[in-house]
Design a protein. Sequence first.
Length: 131
Amino acid sequence: MDLASVLADYDAEVRANPKPRPGLVVEQMGGVVRLAGYFNFISWWELTPNTVRQAVASQAAHFRSRREKLIWRVYEHDSPAEISGCLAEEGFEPDTLGTLMIFDLANELQASSLAVSKSGGSGRREISKTF
């Protein structure tokens, strides 16, 4: 599996083009894709080192003026590298680390290959939703 290709597909299909959901509006503005409504979330951006600071400041100011919270999740493969620093300058605080799990459907999943904790801390769960 080509991880870079899978992440690029995830970014293009899920983050850059999120499906509208009830109660959320997808907005594209200034190189940023955001979901606004019952929660506010920046899902994707195409920013450069020269545009990132202004874009982050603009989005933060927009939601501050509305007295609404804003979530801006950054993944390890995101760019530009300056984005985390710009977010910190605007008062964003890092959340706990999350994990994006990807399984290559060309391979067969074997139950014996999963390490399942007896304490119930981990396990296998099948899902039917696809991106």
